[in-house]
Design a protein around this ligand. Structure first.
Ligand SMILES: *Cc1c(COP(=O)(O)O)cnc(C)c1O
Length: 229
């Protein structure tokens, strides 16, 4: 597996999907480096890539110290409240804000450290029992409540498809997330002029996600090869 070539190929696919869907905006590729050793991440770095996604706080801490300081780190996995204290300003975006207790803890630690966390609200559009995320009907209330938490900035929504879903079903999930965003704008829960991200799409379904409006795609195995997990 040649990491540099994989990244190039994925970027081409991303551009093609953007053109296909008539989009003029852009998509950020997050290289999901969970379980990938530092040397292999460095290959991506040396190919010019800077944006990486990790799902475990301890693993991110270790890697962020070993890798160059200009890497941009995204936390994409379920975040335990007792791990929030280990986070710092080098976390560019937390994709998995999925409950009030986490909102509270982030706000509390943000105040303590004087950091405003940049976050996405995770929505369980696929209603997958095995996955975290708010139910669709909880999102509006959550966003309204979050206004009272000044150390937590919500910059968009995130979802995970379902492994066993057909491409049609997957498209439906991603479309739903976009519709939730559009509805939130219509109801003025979020401002239209602000960039409001949609983090959706992984190795197996990122092209569909882009066709449905993804602005962030999280891709691991298509870049680094199959994981052992
Ligand atoms: C592991 C992971 C990914 C990447 O998955 P691939 O199928 O390897 O591309 C994306 N998002 C989340 C939340 C993940 O945990």
């Amino acid at each position: 597996m040649n990491i540099t070539e994989n990244i190039l190929e994925i970027k081409e696919n991303i551009n093609r999907a953007l053109i296909r869907s008539g989009r003029k905006d852009k998509v950020t590729l997050i290289a999901v480096s969970k379980t990938v050793p530092e040397e292999r991440i460095l290959e991506a770095y040396n190919a010019g890539h800077r944006t990486f996604g990790e799902n475990r706080v301890q693993e991110w801490q270790k890697k962020s110290k070993l890798l160059p300081a200009d890497c941009e780190w995204h936390l994409i996995g379920r975040l335990q409240t007792n791990k929030v204290k280990y986070l710092d300003e080098s976390v560019a975006l937390i994709h998995s804000l999925d409950r009030f207790s986490l909102l509270e803890r982030l706000n509390e630690q943000g105040e303590k450290k004087q950091i405003v966390w940049n976050t996405l609200v995770q929505v369980n559009v696929a209603e997958d029992q095995a996955k975290a995320g708010l139910a669709v009907e909880e999102v509006k209330d959550f966003l309204e409540t979050a206004r009272d938490y000044p150390f937590v900035q919500i910059s968009g929504l995130m979802t995970i498809g379902r492994l066993d879903a057909s491409p049609q079903e997957t498209r439906g999930f991603f479309r739903k997330l976009r519709e939730i965003r559009d509805e939130l704008i219509k109801q003025q829960v979020i401002a239209e002029d602000k960039m409001f991200h949609l983090s959706m799409g992984m190795s197996q379904d990122y092209e569909i996600a882009i066709e449905e409006g993804a602005t962030l795609v999280r891709i691991g195995s298509s870049i680094f090869g199959k994981r052992m997990d």
